[in-house]
Every structure is written in C-alpha cells, then in structure tokens.
Write a protein that binds this ligand. Structure first.
Ligand SMILES: [Zn+2]
Length: 531
C-alpha cells in the first residue's frame, strides 16, 4: 500500500512540474509591483501586468516568469495610455513620426481632424502614416471646412444642391475610408458661412456609418448658448452623438456661465441626445488671429479681402468688429491679453502681447491701434497665431470636474524651438494630474485618468483601448505621482514633462526613463464605416 502511495506521489510530482513548466509563458514585458489605475474610475490596486505582442495578456500576481523585460514599477502609477480627444497633431505626424511632444506627456492615441480641418483624402493620409510609421495611434475625423473649401472655396453663401451633394460624397468617402466621425469649426472660414441645415445634412452621412459629430461651436463667447442649441439640434436631427469641443466661456462677460452651459448638456441628455465635451486646463486659448475678425471681412479670395481692406470705410467697420471682439470675446477686454505666439514673418515679436508690440513699434496703444496691428499680422505671409488669455479658472475647474467632460489638448504641430506655441502642446495631461489632482485636489486621480482613457475611447468608438484589462492593446503609462510635472509655459513652451517614466504603445516602449526611444509602433485607428 505504502509503495503505491509513493509511486502516486512521484507521478503527481512529475505531472506538477511538467504542468508548471508548460504554463510558464514567456512574456515580452512584465510590469511588476505598480499601483494600477485601470481607467474605469475604480480605486487603484496592486498587480503585475504581463504583455505579449501588442496586448495585455495577464493581470495579477505574476511570479518569477521568463520575460524579455521586467519593469519594476514599485511606488509608481500604472495606467492606460492617454487618449487625446481633441488633437490637431495629425499633420505633424507626417513630418515627425515620433510626435515627441505628445508621447512624452503619456499620450498614446490621438483623435485628429478636429474643428472642421482634416485631410481631404483620408485613405491616402492613413496610407502615408502607415508607411512612415508613428509612435502613437491615430484616428481622425473628416472636416467640414476642408470639404467646403474644396467644393466652394471661401464663398460666403449657402451651397447649391449640387455642391451639397458633392460635400456629402466627401463625407461618405471619408467615413468609408475609416474616419471616426465628422467635425465642424463653425467659427472659422468657410464653415462660418454655412447654415445649420447644411451641417445637419452632412452629419447625417456620418451618422449612417456610426460616426460622431465633434464641433468647435459657432461662438464660445456672448453667443455660447445659441451655438450650443445649434449643436444639440444637429445631434438630434442627424441622429448623431455630439462632442462639444474645447468647452469654454470666452470673455469676461461670460465668466461663470459654464454652470448653465453644463446644465444645458445635461438637459439634452435627458432628452436622449448623447452630448459630451472636452477641454484642456489652461486659461488661454490659442488659434489664428482671424478669430478676432468679423467673418464677413475675410470672405472670398486673398485679393478680394485685400480690396475690401483698402476701402477706408469698410476697413473702419472691420476695425470696429475686431475691437468688439477684443472687448467682449477672446481679447478679454485688454489688448495685453492677446499674445502673438507664432509669427514666421518676424520671430522677434513672438511672445509679446499686442500692447508690447505697439510700444516696440512706437505706435499708439488704443484698441483701434491693436486692431490695425492685427490686420497687418494676419495679412502678412504665413499669417499669425495668438494666445488669448480670456478664460476663468473657476470655469475650467468646473468643466474639468463635470461627469460629461473628457480631456483634449487641442494641440497642433510642435517643432522644437519653433514659435511660442501654447504650453498645451507639451504639458496638457501631466498638468491636469500635477496641478488639478495632486496640488489643488480638484478631482481624484482615478476620476481624472478615466477622463483621459476609457471615457474618450468610448466616445470615439475605440473599443479595445483605454483600459488596463486582459485582451486590450498594451497602451500603458507608468509615472511617479509625486514627480509628475508639466514644464511648458506660455513664454517657454518647448519643455517636456517630468515624472513620466515609461510610455508603452501596442506593447513597445516609446518612452523609456523619460527618453524617447524612436520606436514607431503606433497604428491607424479606423472608424466604424471602414470596410
Ligand atoms: Zn477648435
């Protein structure tokens, strides 16, 4: 009897050792001992993560397994890679596949083509990104302004039936090529000349393919509520989810109004319209100087615009319009609030506000003088982009905290040392964690990270990213909660963040101990209409 028992023990022992050898999988990376903030909003927990190929394959206690690479994340936060819901960096990717300023802030996926501006031929664009490679994942919207400009130029009128059909065909092609949805920039040319019905017709095409509608509202200052009503109407009539981009109440007259604007979004949702929003955490906006001009002033070709401006009576009306916008809108009622940020015609003026430039040029410093200056800046070769310090921090915090907001940098191209670009190009995500979560306590880390990961993924229809979960793509950020810090400022923007130790995209390390590795594992994210 005893003999048989011994044999059984020996056999069982052999079996066990075979089984454990078999189950000892070989992983590409194992991240050990980190605090997992998984992107769902759940409280952090301790676990190890195993990555094989481009996927997270195991979460839990992972023992002494064989791995190509073991990362000890003791004391660090391990979370999904950040998804930038509102990006303009897609063109930068063609020149700079590392997208250095984005990956160094933990950004692993961008949603581009916002504010009505996208590539016209999405298929060709995706093909060139895939050929060149990219450090991060990228999806895009198809943009209204891009399409309208192609079909109607800069015409300040409604489209003919034929033109509208042509525009619908472009939206259709974009969606079939894999756009995530349709975007408008109704504050910008030529979208500013469109009526609501035109946008509804085009949004219907994107809706047919399961896309969403992202909009830079027609107005974000005094006409904010009317503009929101328009976006909600488009969502309702086209049957499409709405993303109100970079939500704000611009200009001192509007400060505090985000209480009501957020309520408006909640009310629309009660009626069954899927409205959500995004923002970045800085009290200044950044865009072309054209935004301060009345829309009619910039209609038509450059020649038509110049002719218009050379007529003294019309020029006076343009100046009055700009002054009005300086007082009530993005100027924040002081020409010192508008800083020239990117101006290729004279880089020595970059970083100076309109008042400083006028003084430097020995000119008067009235609002009218500033308006004259803005005309010169905009009409020069290369145009001009400015930072507009016109937002209230109370509004920003209110939106950051609201359950309907996710985060989007609104950042475009950033090439090291070129221009005084908005600091959001380098510091957006870490600033929210460092300033609003850690230093100010405006929201919890888990809640903030959910708004950077699973929430935008759900809105953009990106089903297999944005969470630390077995089977999901291995897009992961490892950072030090005490050390994380944005270092970009308005005057000195070209600085990377501190505290981001690792960024992993599709299972490959693109930032290692804070340094860019030049690996290009990013993938194109195709939208729901792609066949
Ligand atoms: Zn915009």
């Amino acid at each position: 009897m005893r003999k048989y028992t011994l044999i059984i023990f020996v056999l069982a022992g052999l079996l066990c050792s075979f089984t454990s050898a078999d189950s000892q999988e070989r992983y590409d990376h194992v991240i050990k001992n980190g605090k997992i903030v998984d992107g769902t909003g759940n409280p952090w927990y301790y676990a190890d993560i195993a990555i094989k190929g481009d996927r997270i394959v195991k979460i839990g206690m992972i023992g002494d397994v064989e791995a190509e690479n073991v990362i000890d994340a003791e004391g660090k936060i391990v979370c999904p890679g950040f998804i930038d819901m509102h990006s303009h960096a897609e063109r930068q990717m063609l020149r700079d596949p590392s997208v250095h300023n984005m990956i160094t802030q933990g950004n692993t996926t961008i949603v581009g083509g916002n504010c009505g501006g996208s590539q016209l031929d999405i298929e060709r664009f995706f093909a060139s990104v895939e050929k060149k490679g990219s450090a991060l994942n990228m999806g895009t919207l198809i943009g209204h302004n891009t399409i309208r400009r192609k079909v109607m130029g800069n015409a300040g009128r409604e489209p003919t039936a034929e033109e509208l059909e042509k525009m619908k065909e472009y939206v259709e092609k974009g969606m079939r090529d894999g756009a995530l949805g349709f975007s408008t920039g109704l504050k910008y040319r030529p979208g500013v000349y469109s009526k609501t019905d035109e946008v509804i017709e085009l949004a219907k095409v994107a809706a047919k393919y399961g896309g969403f509608y992202a909009t830079h509202l027609r107005d974000e200052g005094l006409q904010l509520f009317e503009s929101m009503d328009e976006a909600i109407k488009i969502g309702e009539e086209a049957g499409i989810p709405v993303q109100m981009s970079h939500h704000k109440a611009a200009g001192a007259d509007m400060w505090g109004q985000t209480i009501n604007s957020l309520k408006k979004m909640e009310k629309a949702r009660e009626r069954g319209i899927d409205v959500t929003t995004d923002l970045h955490p800085y009290p200044a906006t950044f865009t072309t100087a054209a935004i301060l001009f009345p829309a009619w002033a910039l209609e038509g070709s450059s020649e038509e615009i110049e002719n218009r401006l050379s007529d003294p009576a019309i020029r006076k009306r343009v100046i009055d319009g700009i002054v009005n916008n300086i007082i009530h809108d993005r100027g924040g009622n002081d020409i010192r609030n508008v800083t020239l940020a990117v101006y290729s015609s004279d880089r020595s003026l970059e970083g100076l506000n309109l008042h400083e430039i006028l003084v430097k040029k020995g000119r008067g410093t009235t609002m009218e003088d500033a308006a004259e200056l803005l005309i010169e800046l905009l009409m020069s070769d290369g145009g001009a982009s400015c930072a507009y310090h016109c937002l209230s921090m109370n509004d920003i915090v209110r939106i950051l905290q609201h359950p309907l907001s996710m985060y989007g940098s609104d950042a475009g191209n950033a090439f090291i040392g070129v221009g005084k670009v908005h600091p959001r190009h380098y510091g957006h995500f870490p600033r929210i964690i460092a300033n609003h979560v850690r230093d100010r306590g405006d929201l919890t880390l888990e809640y903030a990270i959910k708004k950077m990961t699973s929430f935008p993924a759900a809105k953009a229809g990106i089903r297999n990213r944005g969470m630390i979960s077995e089977g999901k793509f291995a897009d992961i950020v490892i950072f030090d909660y005490d050390e994380i810090q944005d270092n970009a400022t308005f005057m000195d923007p070209h600085n990377y963040c501190d505290g981001i130790d690792y960024v992993i995209v599709n299972g490959e390390i693109v930032v290692d101990h804070g340094k860019i590795t030049d690996k290009l594992p990013g993938k194109v994210i195709f939208g729901p209409g792609k066949k």
